[in-house]
Design a protein around this ligand. Structure first.
Ligand SMILES: C[S@@+](CC[C@H](N)C(=O)[O-])C[C@H]1O[C@@H](n2cnc3c(N)ncnc32)[C@H](O)[C@@H]1O
Length: 351
């Protein structure tokens, strides 16, 4: 089943916009790298003074505004230092915010920074397809979004398939399950690059930030993997209480796959539209989620609550989140020993 899994909208206490400081910390630490990259690597040749930026999987903000501002600051610094090059100080910035059409774009537009040097447009639709005109994009950004697949891979929810996954997530225990997720990732990330390959101008830069698994590390050894397993076990408890149908739960999985470094690189190389200019681990002060059960449960609620609510109903979702908070307190020592280093900074240049 195809899916569209947006974050909790609005800007109230249970919204993604109020609970995305963890993701924001990565954008803050990536600013210097983006600055440096735009200064040294951005190499576009355009007769127009339009400079187009897009954020793919923007959600509701404020992180997307920070991402965009980081890019604009870097471009402005570039033309202050290198005035003879394009872009120059006549440059007009146009920003395109992309997410699924059911993302809360109203909140996004209502909370735009009051003073900004760019015009704005929303480009709704899946980023696995084209959302922008051909040869129009100069700098693209995408953070914490590419682990979402377009759908739960075939076979995963089918009891008769060797890839049937009774647990909720691909944590690496069954070879068939892992292969099914990887195959779907290859299709989806390949489509993402194909679409961006058409939208980008030659020499433009695409920044991909967020979760990626170091080679040799299993998802189940990481904090995020442990939290997913914890969520799975809470869902089973809620099913035992009768709030979720066990049959339905056995067929349920998240369309999520944090790829390993080599898997990412292989798809980029096979696609051929971009050259990898940087692929590095990046650490920030919130390297992992803080070991605070309330924080963890709220983060999971704003990120995954929508998926659970649409599948199992609001009461079951609320109960699951309550249990997650309780169980997180019990597994804190395990979480504290999880493998870290899942944050990556990837820079691609359009050939
Ligand atoms: C965790 S949020 C990240 C938001 C923001 N980039 C940040 O770093 O805070 C992931 C976002 O990716 C979006 N997303 C996932 N799959 C997508 C797709 N196929 N097309 C467009 N957006 C997608 C989700 O709707 C969600 O808003």
């Amino acid at each position: 089943m195809a899916s569209s899994n947006t974050m909790a909208g609005g800007d109230g206490p249970n919204s993604y916009s109020q609970h995305s400081t963890y993701q924001r910390a990565l954008l803050e630490v990536a600013k210097e790298k983006i600055n440096e990259a735009i200064s040294t690597e951005l190499d576009i040749n355009s007769a127009s003074n339009r400079f187009n930026i897009a954020d793919f999987g923007c959600s509701t903000g404020p992180n997307t505004f920070l991402a965009v501002q980081n890019i604009i600051d870097a471009v402005e610094e570039k033309y202050r230092k290198q005035p003879q090059q394009i872009p120059d100080d006549n440059t007009e910035f146009h920003v395109f915010f992309n997410d699924h059409s059911n993302n809360d774009f109203n909140t996004l537009f209502k909370t735009l920074p009051p003073i900004k040097k760019y015009s704005v447009a929303g480009v709704p639709g899946s980023f696995f397809g084209r959302v922008l005109p051909r040869d129009s994009l100069h700098v693209g950004h995408c953070s914490y979004s590419l682990h979402w697949l377009s759908q739960v891979p075939k076979g995963i929810a089918d009891r008769s398939s060797p890839a049937w996954n009774k647990d909720i997530y691909c944590t690496g225990f069954s070879k068939e399950v892992a292969e099914a997720y990887l195959d779907q990732f290859k299709i989806d990330f390949g489509s993402f690059l194909e679409a961006r390959g058409e939208e980008f101008v030659s020499g433009g830069l695409l920044f991909l930030l967020g979760s990626c698994l170091p080679d040799g590390v299993k998802m189940s050894e990481t904090m995020k993997g442990m939290l997913f397993d914890c969520m799975g076990s809470c869902l089973h408890d809620v099913a035992k209480e009768g709030l979720i149908d066990q049959e339905e739960l056995d067929k349920f999985n998240f369309p999520i796959y944090p790829a390993h470094v080599e898997e990412f690189k292989r798809v980029i190389e096979d696609n051929g539209c971009f050259t990898i200019k940087a692929f590095e681990r990046i650490s920030h002060e919130n390297e992992e989620y803080p070991l605070d059960p309330k924080f963890l449960a709220t983060s999971y609620k704003v990120t995954f609550g929508g998926v659970l609510e649409s599948r199992f109903g609001k009461d079951a979702m609320e109960k699951t989140m309550q249990l997650i908070e309780e169980k997180c307190s019990e597994i804190l020592p395990q979480l504290a020993n999880a493998k870290s280093g899942m944050q990556y900074f990837i820079m691609l240049q359009k050939n």
